[in-house]
Design a binder for this molecule. Sequence first.
Ligand code: GTP
Ligand code: MG
Length: 452
Amino acid sequence: DTHDPTSLRTPIVAVLGHVDHGKTSLLDKIRGSAVIEGEAGAITQHIGATAVPLDVISTIAGELVDPDDFDLPGLLFIDTPGHHSFTTLRSRGGALADIAILVVDVNDGFQPQTIEALDILKRSETPFIVAANKIDTVPGWNPNEDTPINDTYDAQSDRAASRLDESLYEIIGELSDEGFSADLYWRVQNFQRNVGVVPVSAMTGEGVPDLLAVMMGLSQRYMKAEMEIDVAGPGVGTVLEVKEEKGFGTTIDTVLYDGTIRSDDTVVVGGTNEPIVTDVRALLQPRPLAEIRTESRFEKVEAVKAASGIKIAAPELEHAMAGAPVRVVRDRDIEDVIEEVQAELADIAVDTDEQGVVVKADTLGSLEAMADALGEAEIPIVSAEVGDVAPRDVSVASTAEDPKQQAILGFNVDVLADAKTRAEQDDVKLFTDEVIYQLVEEYDEHVEELER
Ligand code: GTP
Ligand code: MG
């Protein structure tokens, strides 16, 4: 067979940012523009993701994107709800997302989750741009639906334009405080060295052509080589979420970043105790035009190729872990694939100490991020696991010799009721938060109190 099976896959774009800064609205706007352009059918809704093909990007972006300049097939956007930890977005060797859009509300500026997102982008060395969103709310703004930013700038009063400039420079300053050299995107020459800031409005669509053009250009220029995959090969992906689904039992929402998965494949999935080997029962996609957040009605598909978001229904997924790898076995030895999954899990596993605090997190990726942050703060960890805080965790924490270490730090997890009462009885301190550095700060303050 002389046929070359490699092909360029769609880059995966994570949309990150603080709660309510407009991540979902931005994706809604891109979808909405496609509907207006008569391209509704061309945009496909995936599980947890939206696929926008190149020709649609070029229609929305107008003269900013000439499809002849590109050979990547489009962009796959992953929305990350503010309450949810986007640190799930990991894959073998680092970040699941190839590129990211950090959405910042121009009025609100940097907020805790903005800083958290930046931290993670920094650690995973993910290239990103900043979408300075809600420019339509600048006092005196004269909206120009769906136009490139340059055109709408020209239509503003000096007063409105300089108000926007002030907010934009504030964002550039905040990026610089976090160690990123940034500038307005049209002044950036090298997007690997400098962060481009794109003013947009998810409400009016102003700047959305620019945003798409910059994302497309960035992927084509810097990521093309990494997009070469064997599309027909056995699929590889990451579990985004483990979910109960009526009629299907426990399912895993997965982002496939390599190869193909078929509805008759056997897969190996990272689980809390050991890798799970199971046969796919169904591959599910949202029905066309279904709303991204409802996801209630699915359509069975025979096969999907990377990059895509897919819900996998299969027996025995109860102990699957968010952030864990999924690998299709296909014609290979099951034992080899189990080993690959184990190696990947070992790679993510947190090194623990003889003595230290107990750490719980919602996903493997966030556990890893927690461990990094605690390491930097020189806080030792005695155990680190994915899952809600359970009585067993309290028992472990209560045995610490150092009172400072009789503590559990939970990131994006719940505390089970009996764990809470146990903790009170055993004098174990519980800290939970949805922002990692705040969690570390709370713990540090507690330690300071004890040492006073
Ligand atoms: P979470 O998923 O909760 O983290 O929020 P999000 O970042 O997805 O924000 P979302 O898109 O839900 O928007 C939050 C609110 O801001 C909504 O009321 C939107 O209508 C509003 N909003 C978003 N973008 C814009 C914009 O460009 N202009 C204006 N005026 N309002 C916006
Ligand atoms: Mg949202």
